[in-house]
Design a protein. Structure first.
Lengths: 112, 115
């Protein structure tokens, strides 16, 4: 089966660091994505990991362990505008057959 | 450049009716993928079209169908609407087929409410 789990809600304080975890069990794996989605808006791309390790991009970092079926998104120096839903998604197929399988998303609330 | 355009933004339909949603991709993008987003299920893959051909399909009933035109614009149709079809329908465009997220640009979606 296909299963991607992430916490439903998280709360953090402005200026702090927050880690959003994602575990997955999919029939295929060809990369893991993180998207940000503000209420009523389109999801926007944050990061892509296909090899194990940490990818850093400004205040955002994403980590992948393929052997553990685990990823996390790390947000540093939180800002109020980071309040949004964060979607973990796995690309399940190789080459030109891949589609995205999404988790249900984690709603992050940043408080002053 | 213009982004992905989905029309209409909001739609209210009655059970049993049918509905057609439209997605215009970014200029030059030839692949359009459709997803359904609900609070309980998150985003679920419906289908992908590339060069007017359906390349991939998710696990939705046959009431959900789509097509793509020669200018890469895509439509999806849902017939015999059910209350459970109420959702945000998102499309994503990309240059190539089957990229499964690489180079995706999402539209803002069509919010469908079935009453």
């Amino acid at each position: 089966g296909q299963n991607i789990d992430q916490p439903t809600e998280m709360t953090a304080t402005e200026g702090a660091i927050v880690q959003i975890n994602c575990t997955y069990q999919t029939s295929g794996f060809n990369g893991l994505f993180w998207y940000q989605q503000h209420a009523g808006e389109a999801p926007t791309f944050l990061s892509y990991n296909v090899l194990d390790g940490l990818e850093e991009k400004g205040r955002f970092s994403s980590f992948l362990s393929r052997s553990k079926g685990y990823s996390y998104l790390l947000l540093k120096e939180l800002q109020m505008k980071d309040s949004a839903s964060y979607l973990c998604a796995v690309r399940d197929g190789p080459g030109n057959t891949g589609k995205l399988i999404f988790g249900q998303g984690t709603t992050l609330q940043v408080k002053p | 450049k213009a982004g992905v355009t989905q029309t209409p933004r909001y739609l209210i339909k009655t059970r049993g009716q049918q509905v057609t949603l439209s997605c215009s991709p970014i200029s030059g993008h030839r692949s359009v993928s459709w997803y359904q987003q609900t609070p309980g299920q998150g985003l679920q893959f419906l289908f992908e079209y590339f060069s007017e051909t359906q390349r991939n399909k998710g696990n939705f009933p046959g009431r959900f169908s789509g097509r793509q035109f020669s200018n890469s614009r895509s439509e999806m149709n849902v017939s015999t609407l059910e209350l459970g079809d109420s959702a945000l329908y998102l499309c994503a465009s990309s240059l190539a087929a089957g990229t499964g997220g690489l180079g995706y640009t999402f539209g803002s979606g069509t919010r469908l409410t079935v009453v």
